[in-house]
Design a protein around this ligand. Structure first.
Ligand SMILES: [Ca+2]
Ligand SMILES: [Ca+2]
Ligand SMILES: [Ca+2]
Ligand SMILES: [Ca+2]
Length: 86
């Protein structure tokens, strides 16, 4: 019972402070790429997604839409229905 309480408190603290999944020193809630290390938090197009994890780093696309799943977002993919054409 006591162990359960300690675990719960630990989890609550973790949620309040946040994790740092990519260990780049910036906690996930404030990290613009929580799963990719990017200490400088560079975001050239200012869409809230850091350059290293933005599927169109030079075109603002807050939805990060990528219909063909080729890694190039619809905003910068010349054919977003064909994964072999970017
Ligand atoms: Ca990061
Ligand atoms: Ca961006
Ligand atoms: Ca973008
Ligand atoms: Ca695409």
């Amino acid at each position: 019972m006591r162990t359960t309480s300690i675990i719960c408190i630990s989890l609550m603290l973790l949620i309040a402070v946040g994790c740092d999944t990519d260990m780049d020193g910036i906690f996930d809630p404030a990290d613009n790429c929580p799963t990719m290390a990017n200490i400088n938090q560079a975001d050239s197009d200012l869409d809230g997604f850091g350059d290293v994890c933005d599927n169109c780093p030079e075109d603002a696309n807050v939805d990060q839409a990528d219909q063909d799943g080729d890694g190039a977002g619809a905003a910068c993919d010349s054919n977003d229905l064909n994964p072999f054409v970017q």
